[in-house]
Structures are given as structure tokens and as C-alpha cells.
Design a protein around this ligand. Structure first.
Ligand code: RB5
Length: 296
């Protein structure tokens, strides 16, 4: 069961509307959807205007009572979507204070769906037209969420040419021993092949969301990383030290690690793989801005 929580300030307007909309659009029984507030002083019903707009759109929200988000909900959520950046920052701080590792599962709704730095503004205190506009805004965003992607267990894709074949096998051993799900994209022998073929296959599956991350190896790591970086949405980092592997996850949200079998030993390569797979993206605003610039 996957757990999605929508979060706004008081859990009476935007987040319960988002919850009701998501429940009406998500067909999967394996996803639980709820909503919570950051500052909830007393238990309140959903706002009358929010309820009316939902009902006008044939979406029912029964027995909603506002609730504040608690630490265990924060910890157990698979995805938390906030209405404003401020909500996200508060939750990130809360996660950090409580040593929770889910800080890369907290996004604003706009950021998650459109990669945009925009808030869903609070309609509270305004007339029904403002609520209608807010409903439409949230509906348009949530209708773009692919709920099946949330359900899928993301895996690591690994590919190489003949120059990276031995190191690929060492990494596969490491992934297997550590129960990390992976898909091997070849090559499957030491016969000479062309690295762009393997770089492209893994990069495309990272870009289209089939893979969470990729690992690519050739003799130097150079040709295969150049190839991968031609695919839009891919940020392949050629790393031959642990510091770079960690930094490229934190700063560049790199989604492919490239290495050269003829450059480093297996022991160091495995430490690099570990650092790359275990380091979350910092979610820092300035890094998000720069990554968006790369995409543009
Ligand atoms: C193959 O000999 C070699 O060129 C390739 O593995 C890689 O190093 C390319 O950048």
C-alpha cells in the first residue's frame, strides 16, 4: 500500500479538496490518500465553499475533520504534496529534526507535477468564485499525476560495453547481495560492442521513468556518459571518487552514475556506487533552480 498525503495550512480548504479530487481520479486500491494541516488548532469540518465546489463537480467528501500531520504519518508517507513552499520547508525541518529519511518525498504540488516554483494560494475567506478557481487549479494539477508510477517499485538499470563488462559484474554482485532491485541492460560478454547502444538504452529508461537511476560503465566512463547526457531529462555524472558521487546526488540530482573500468579498482567503484545510491537529493532551492536551467 502506498501512502499519499496532501498538506495545507489548516486542513479545511485546499488539502481536503486535493484529497477528494485525488480519490476521485485515482483508480488504484493500493494507494491510500489523505490530507493534513500544518497548523490545526481545533477539529473543523471542511470549509463550506470548498464542500460546495466539490459537490458542484460531483465529488463527495464525507465526514472530513481537520487534522494536524504527525511524525509517524510524515515518516510512513510515500509521497507528501504541499500547497505552498512554506509548508514543504516546515515539513523538511520537522523531518530533519526527527532524523527521518523521507525528505526526498516531500514536494509542493506544482513542483511535483510541473517542476514549477508556484504556490496554490489559500482561498480562505474569499467568495465561492475564488474557491472554484482554486478547485480547477488543483484539479488540473492532480489530473496530470500518474498514480501507476507511484505504485511501481523503481529499479536501478545497469549497462556497459566490453570495456566495462567485468566491473558491471562486480556491481551486479553488490546489488544482489544488498537486495537492490536492478535490470541488466547488457552487454553480456567481452566481445567488442558500441557503448552508445547501451548508454542510450539505460538513459531512455531513466528519462521515461521506468528506472529510478542508472549505472553505466565503459573503459573510461566518458563515451557512455556523453551518450547518456544526450537524452533529455538525464543527468549522468562521471565519478571516480566518493566525494563527487555524493555531491552530484545532492547538488545535481544526478540520475545516472558513469564509471570507467580501466580507471579505478573494484573496491573504490563499489564505494562510489553505494554513495551514489544512498545519497538523496538535497531538495535545496538553489540546486532545483540550476537543474531547471539545465532542463530548459
Ligand atoms: C572501448 O575500447 C572504449 O573506447 C570505451 O569502453 C570507452 O572508454 C569509451 O569512452
Amino acid at each position: 500500500m502506498k501512502n499519499i498525503i496532501f498538506v495545507c495550512t489548516g486542513n479545511t480548504c485546499r488539502s481536503p479538496m486535493a484529497e477528494a479530487i485525488a480519490k476521485s481520479l485515482c483508480k488504484s486500491k493500493d494507494i491510500s490518500i489523505s490530507s493534513r494541516g500544518i497548523f490545526v488548532y481545533k477539529n473543523l469540518d471542511i470549509n463550506e465553499n470548498a464542500k460546495k465546489v466539490l459537490l458542484d463537480n460531483n465529488i463527495n467528501i464525507s465526514n472530513h475533520i481537520s487534522k494536524p500531520i504527525n511524525i509517524s504519518e510524515l515518516e510512513n508517507a510515500d509521497l507528501i504534496l504541499t500547497m505552498e513552499k512554506e509548508h514543504k520547508n516546515i515539513l523538511l525541518k520537522l523531518a530533519q529534526t526527527n532524523n527521518l529519511s523521507n525528505k526526498n518525498k516531500i514536494f509542493t504540488l506544482y513542483e511535483y507535477v510541473l517542476n514549477k516554483d508556484i504556490n496554490v494560494e489559500d482561498p480562505f475567506g474569499n467568495d465561492i468564485n475564488t474557491y472554484s478557481k482554486c478547485f480547477e487549479e488543483i484539479y488540473n494539477l492532480i489530473s496530470k499525476i500518474n498514480f501507476n508510477n507511484i505504485l511501481e517499485e523503481k529499479i536501478i538499470g545497469i549497462g556497459c560495453d566490453h570495456g566495462g563488462f567485468n566491473l558491471k559484474n562486480e556491481i551486479i554482485k553488490y546489488l544482489t547481495e544488498n537486495n537492490i532491485p536492478f535490470k541488466d541492460y547488457g552487454t553480456y560478454s567481452k566481445d567488442a560492442v558500441d557503448y552508445p547502444v547501451y548508454g542510450k538504452k539505460v538513459a531512455e529508461d531513466v528519462a521515461n521513468g521506468t528506472l529510478d537511476k542508472g549505472i553505466l560503465i565503459c573503459g573510461t566512463g566518458i563515451g557512455i556518459s556523453i551518450t547518456a547526457n544526450k537524452v533529455k531529462g538525464v543527468r549522468a555524472a562521471l565519478c571516480h571518487d566518493v566525494f563527487s558521487a555524493k555531491a552530484t546526488r545532492e547538488h545535481n540530482n544526478a540520475n545516472i552514475l558513469a564509471m570507467g573500468e580501466r580507471v579505478i579498482g573494484y573496491g573504490l567503484a563499489l564505494e562510489i556506487v553505494k554513495a551514489f545510491l544512498e545519497t538523496p537529493f538535497s531538495n535545496d532551492e538553489r540546486h532545483i533552480r540550476r537543474i531547471n536551467m539545465i532542463e530548459e
